[in-house]
Design a protein around this ligand. Structure first.
Ligand code: GCB
Length: 606
């Protein structure tokens, strides 16, 4: 405990030091620390955590994390925070959804909870895993700073080995969702800036030597007969790694090099995964005392000319875009919410979803694997990112690596998108080219994309990034932001892309019920008309190989405040209640069911 004279020094320092946060902005909890989780048992730390908002960052200035859990009457100093008592919030949650007074709060908040350990097994390693924390998260254990993570939507692990004590331990997380220019995304977005620990938190143990990473895929060489496994272990690479896929008769040793990495290529002819037949294989990997498990589908995705091929067959992506947003839960998602999302997509006739604009909950891709949907996954390199800033690039690349490591065994994921509607500057080109190259270096089995730009003067698809990605995503709002619908017809005619184009967004706001206008902009009728016209125009463009209109559900956003919007973007085909379908839903469904039927006829005939 500090002497009273030291306390005075500390108190002064807290007032005079504007670099108080520098020692904690380490970004040390990054993709390198992620641990492959499939098949591991973990104890949930969800539930009530003590909570306090901290607008002025007093906690970091005064080092609240170093306070001891003593009774208030025994304290020797005045304190501004009660980490061990006071208000609680549930984890996962977004504070904006818990109390109205926190709705627009942006800043630091403190979460505290005990972790009781009856006995510490010295031969084991202990970790925490956070599914996501929005945006900047600093973790403390028993008063000690353990590390910091940036990025609102990807998971991270914190190692506790050697730091836990038997009995009661205290975990504290300082979570800050302040928007800044140098972050990814930056200050300006079209989705709500939900803060908090909004995905699951867990505690798990591993043996001293563990499997850190595992990637399994069908080698994309057109033979459909080779499977490749890549493993990375953490610890002494003495024991052999064992890969087993019983249904394929595979039981194989994977040799490791001195750095703990190993790979193997095997001959096998698995039944291929596709939306029509989402076949998954049980896989397990053993290394010493450690075992992980996964369920993996094998398929090949490629582009040929302006075609997208799945298992050698050209495929049209009948898609819909989705945000992670819920009128009651905010950005928190759960099994029921995800299943409802996929069942609405099925009703629409979709075979594909764009998970915009940031990594969604990892369960989304697992379910897409099981239910048979193709996915576009994305990182929030959105609009005017600080492209010339190396720190911003580091953050974006780390988020991308975390996403790829998390989801690259998911057959459903066919596209990594590296950005959305960014200005065509030299700095942006270098930045996003770097990201596209990172995708290819980590994963040879998927296509890259980004929502690109149109040259409005020339009315043609034109973006220097297009050369560096596989699929040109195009967001176009003819009939909505762009008034002259005929320009879309002209763009169609003037463009001659050398690779597939996917309409990554199109749509219009339609407000239903008494609050909406009966005709004109924001009416359900006008929205329906835009869908009719879009479909009529796009179906004639043979290089358009898919679309994901904007968007499945209406979603909350701060920047939309006119009398019809009231804090919501109303481009959803379904209202924010996730039940009420608008007319445009049925128009798109009719189109998609038609395409699906004619694709099916063509398949039977061939
Ligand atoms: C866009 C953005 C998306 C917006 C949408 C809109 O182009 O990519 O994030 O929500 O338009 O509704 O304006």
């Amino acid at each position: 405990m500090l002497e009273r004279s030291q306390l005075a020094d500390n108190a002064l320092q807290a007032l005079h030091d504007e670099d108080y946060d520098v020692p904690f902005n380490t970004q040390s909890l990054n993709h390198e620390g992620l641990i492959f989780m499939g098949g591991r048992s973990a104890a949930s730390l969800d539930g009530d955590w003590t909570f306090c908002v901290d607008l002025l960052d007093t906690g970091l200035r005064q080092k609240w994390f170093s306070m001891l859990p003593e009774e208030p009457e025994n304290r020797t100093e005045p304190w501004d925070y009660d980490p061990y008592m006071g208000e609680t919030v549930p984890v996962p949650s977004n504070w904006a959804m818990v109390k109205e007074k926190w709705y627009f709060f942006e800043g630091s908040s403190w979460y505290t909870r005990p972790l009781d350990i009856s006995e510490i097994d010295e031969g084991k390693r202990q970790f925490l895993r956070f599914g996501a924390a929005s945006y900047d998260c600093k973790i403390f254990l028993n008063g000690e700073f353990l590390g910091n993570h940036y990025g609102a939507s990807t998971p991270f692990c914190v190692e506790l080995t050697g730091k836990l004590k038997p009995g009661r331990n205290w975990i504290m997380a300082c979570v800050n969702n302040t928007r800044t220019r140098d972050r990814v995304p930056m200050r300006n977005t079209d989705w709500f800036n939900y803060g908090g620990l909004y995905r699951e938190v867990s505690f798990f143990e591993t043996p001293a030597n563990l499997i850190r990473d595992f990637f399994l895929y069908l080698v994309p060489d057109g033979t459909y007969s080779r499977i490749r496994a890549e493993v990375e272990i953490d610890g002494a690479p003495e024991a052999p790694v064992h890969l087993s896929i019983p249904e394929l008769g595979i039981d194989q040793t994977v040799p490791l090099d001195q750095s703990g990495k190993g790979q193997v290529e095997l001959t096998a002819t698995p039944e291929l995964w596709s939306p029509a037949s989402p076949k998954l294989y049980d896989v397990s990997v053993g290394f010493g005392e450690d075992t992980i498990k996964d369920r993996v589908g094998f398929r090949q995705v490629e582009r040929r000319g302006t075609d997208i091929l799945l298992n050698g067959q050209s495929v049209f992506l009948r898609g819909i875009s989705v945000h992670e947003d819920d009128a009651e839960l905010g950005k928190v998602t759960n099994e029921d919410d995800l299943r409802r999302r996929f069942s609405h997509a099925k009703e629409l006739g979709c075979n594909y979803l764009r998970l915009a604009h940031y990594p969604h909950h990892e369960r989304a891709a697992e379910l897409a694997d099981e239910l048979g949907f193709l996915l576009w996954e994305e990182i929030p390199v959105y609009w005017a990112i600080d492209f010339a800033n190396p720190a911003t690039y580091k953050d974006a690349e780390n988020q991308l690596r975390e996403l790829i490591k998390r989801d690259r065994n998911r057959a459903s994921v066919i596209i990594w998108s590296v950005g959305n509607e960014n200005p065509d500057t030299d700095a942006r080109l270098k930045f996003m080219q770097g990201l596209a190259d990172t995708c290819k270096s980590l994963d040879p089995t998927r296509l890259t994309s980004a929502a690109c730009l149109v040259n409005h003067a020339q009315n043609r698809i034109e973006d220097r990034l297009a050369r560096h990605i596989d699929v040109i995503g195009l967001n176009e709002y003819y009939g909505w932001y762009e008034e002259n619908f005929d320009d879309l017809v002209a763009i169609g005619r003037n463009s001659d892309p050398d690779r597939p184009v996917v309409i990554s967004e199109t749509g219009a706001d339609g407000v239903i019920g008494d609050k909406g206008p009966k005709k004109g902009l924001f009416s359900e009728e006008y929205m329906a008309e835009v869908y009719h016209r879009q479909i009529d125009t796009l179906r004639k463009l043979d290089y358009v190989k898919g679309m994901s209109p904007w968007i499945l559900y209406d979603f909350r956003v701060e920047r939309r405040q006119n009398i019809f919007q009231n804090g919501y973007n109303h481009k959803g085909l379904i209202a924010a209640d996730k039940r009420t379908k608008k007319k445009a839903f049925h128009i798109l469904a009719e189109y998609y069911h038609q395409i699906a039927a004619s694709d099916e006829d063509a398949r039977k005939a061939s």
